[in-house]
Design a protein around this ligand. Structure first.
Ligand code: GUN
Length: 288
């Protein structure tokens, strides 16, 4: 049987409609829309594009987006001042600092200052800790998008062998903990893993977030595997994933394409996180 190819754009559109419906009702009742503040530092092309797309996606569902742009030369202190202001501002429900930051600013020291209750990116240590203890408040959007795909396609997780390639704090580690929480047997591989193929070939669920175009080939994948490609690599002006689609597709039972797979879900889950922060802040839910 050919693999199911996940239509991430379609799923994301559905989630955005759901968010929009709730936002429309609540914003009228509350007299203010949910609001997301996005901080962009510098002129990195990819970051500028991501931030623009996030802003557009917010506006489309009725979430107000406040974008704060500072030059790459901005001081750490100036960024901290901005964050303290946003933390205090009652009209701000979510705060996101677009990464990477310039080398002179230690990212950790900035992310730690975001109010964990407004940390819709899930990067604050207290939210990462919540993931570890099995009680996450905010989880980063990409790992959430991956779990959304698995659930929408009713992929059994409990007891299955899951392999995550990549150990970033944005994707690899959080998705590993989410899978573990759902009782998968999880192996995390990284660039020091010896004989990577030996692990990927065991995977019933394979998540690839390695940042290497076309890295995972068909001969590295188990017959019938669920393959989630998180890579976003620009090669000769084209977007390609970390999975070599042509050779993996014939072996997989389900595969996310690039573009149009996990990417659109990431933005949709950010909108969902912003809505849930707003709902918690107006007392509509205990979470987050
Ligand atoms: N840079 C790359 N991915 C992300 C993300 O998910 N959130 C933020 N804030 N920055 C990023």
């Amino acid at each position: 049987m050919p693999a199911q190819v996940v239509d991430g754009r379609g799923i994301a559109a559905g989630i955005r409609r759901e968010v929009q419906g709730e936002v429309e009702t609540l914003a009228v009742k509350q007299g203010r829309p949910p609001t997301l503040a996005v901080i962009l530092v510098g002129e990195d092309l990819a970051s500028t594009t991501y931030v623009r797309n996030k802003g557009k996606a917010c506006e489309e569902v009725g979430i107000k987006s406040v974008q704060i742009h500072r030059p790459a030369s901005v001081s750490r202190e100036a960024l901290l001042d901005i964050l303290h202001g946003l933390n205090k501002d009652e009209t701000i429900d979510g705060i996101l600092v677009q990464l990477p930051l310039p080398p002179h600013i230690e990212e950790r020291s900035i992310l730690e200052v975001v109010d964990p209750a407004k940390d819709v990116d899930g990067f604050h240590p207290s939210n990462l800790g919540g993931l570890l203890t099995g009680h996450p408040r905010f989880v980063a959007s990409t790992p959430l998008g991956i779990m959304e795909v698995l659930d929408r396609f009713r992929i059994a997780i409990e007891g299955r062998d899951a392999v995550v390639v990549g150990w970033s704090t944005i994707v690899g580690k959080p998705v590993a903990f989410l899978l573990l929480q759902r009782r998968a047997t999880v192996t995390v591989c990284q660039k020091w893993t010896r004989d990577l193929d030996q692990y990927t070939r065991q995977a019933e669920i394979l998540v690839v977030a390695a940042g290497k175009p076309g890295f995972v080939k068909g001969d590295m994948v188990k017959e019938g595997a669920v393959v989630i490609d998180v890579g976003i690599n620009r090669v000769d002006g084209r977007l390609v994933g970390d999975v070599d689609f042509a050779s993996v597709y014939p072996k997989a039972s389900l595969i996310t394409p690039v573009p149009g797979g996990v990417g659109p879900l990431t933005v949709a889950m950010l909108l969902k996180n912003t809505l849930s922060s707003y709902k918690a802040r107006i007392g509509l839910s205990s979470k987050p």
